[in-house]
Design a protein around this ligand. Structure first.
Ligand SMILES: NC(=O)c1ccc[n+]([C@@H]2O[C@H](COP(=O)([O-])OP(=O)(O)OC[C@H]3O[C@@H](n4cnc5c(N)ncnc54)[C@H](OP(=O)(O)O)[C@@H]3O)[C@@H](O)[C@H]2O)c1
Length: 322
């Protein structure tokens, strides 16, 4: 495993574990998954993963409970990251919700407490006042944000009066917008970009095609899994496979290695099986050659999926056909 080259109280592994899947029926993993989830966490620990990401909204608290129980006594050794879903993130609400998350996780302190998304009405001034108090009493280690643009991230830092260590954003070979300004800022200021959906929710694994789309409500609502987009992704997947073959690796591992080239980026793939967490952790060791990286950039750039409003009627049609 490799770790972020930054001064943090505990090392942060370049590959973390995302746990939205835990206790969340919308991924369609069925009743046996809860037991597998615990095995996934234990295996991740064995492999040197130190960043475990959850949120109060995942499974309405179930993800935090499953993660905390699976970590057991190892909770104190790793970076436990959770998120407040900011419906009304006033300072006292932030404080109460952190206490509730810590209780579900079974931790005395949340190592990284993130604002899940920017609230369009409530300013970060009050939210960060709550965060500052939580840090002062030791219930929260580092503060993070998620889905923030650069301006608002910096505003949140000014409001906190301290570093907002990380911004967790969608970042994968099919969503590269953080490369414009968030990653350069992280590198210059000593911050971290946490890449969520780093495999495009499994799109980049090459496991799915138009005749074999994934099950579950989450991915039925994801335009990348429309038959048309799976078709359009063929070239990109072929390039991933080509680079993967040269490293005796899988397309997913190369998709992760692409992100981890940036020193201040960590990725938090979710996993449906122990074998996946093993592969994902191993991806941290892959060094892409410059020509391989260039080929991946070209292939990613050439991928033009149907997204946004244009995808909505197609998603509805795909749903009603089921
Ligand atoms: N802050 C936010 O707003 C936000 C939003 C979304 C997610 N997140 C966080 O980010 C984490 C990861 O994002 P995500 O779950 O949306 O997407 P992801 O990590 O890109 O995709 C996860 C899925 O990819 C497949 N997969 C994982 N490893 C694989 C491997 N080695 N080979 C082949 N397939 C593999 C698995 O699905 P199958 O095996 O079923 O194909 C797995 O459930 C979440 O768990 C959550 O913690 C945060």
């Amino acid at each position: 495993m490799r770790y972020v080259p930054l001064d943090t109280p505990k090392p942060i592994s370049k590959i973390g574990l995302g746990t939205w899947q835990f206790g969340s029926r919308e991924w369609g993993y069925g009743p046996d998954y809860e037991q597998r989830a615990a095995q996934i966490v234990r295996r991740a620990l064995d492999l040197g993963v130190t960043l475990f990401d959850t949120a109060e909204i995942y499974g309405f608290g179930r993800s935090e409970r499953i993660l905390g129980a699976a970590l057991g006594d190892d909770r104190a050794k790793v970076v436990v990251a959770s998120k407040i879903f900011p419906v009304l993130p006033l300072a006292p609400v932030v404080q109460q919700r952190a206490v509730a998350s810590a209780a579900r996780l079974g931790v005395a302190g949340i190592d990284l407490y993130q604002v899940h998304q920017p609230n369009p009405v409530v300013a970060d001034t009050t939210t960060m006042r709550g965060m500052r108090t939580l840090q002062d009493v030791g219930l929260v280690g580092e503060v993070g944000v998620s889905n923030y643009g650069l301006r608002r991230w910096r505003f949140a830092e000014a409001a906190l009066g301290r570093r907002v260590l990380s911004n967790q954003v969608r970042y994968s070979m099919v969503d590269r917008s953080p490369e414009k300004d968030l990653i350069p800022y992280a590198e210059q200021a000593g911050r971290i970009v946490i890449a969520y959906s780093p495999l495009g929710q499994g799109f980049l694994s090459g496991r799915y095609d138009a005749r074999n789309p994934p099950a579950g409500a989450v991915r039925r609502a994801n335009p990348y899994f429309l038959p048309e987009n799976l078709e359009r992704g063929t070239e990109l997947i072929a390039t991933l496979r080509e680079v993967a073959d040269a490293h005796d690796a899988t397309p997913s591992q190369i998709a992760l290695a692409y992100l981890l080239r940036h020193p201040n980026v960590v990725a938090i793939p979710g996993a449906s099986a122990v074998e996946q967490v093993e592969r994902n952790a191993a991806a941290a060791e892959i060094d892409l050659a410059d020509d391989e990286y260039a080929a991946l950039v070209t292939a990613a750039h050439a991928f033009r999926p149907v997204t946004g409003l244009a995808a909505v009627p197609k998603l509805i049609r795909a749903r009603t056909r089921k």
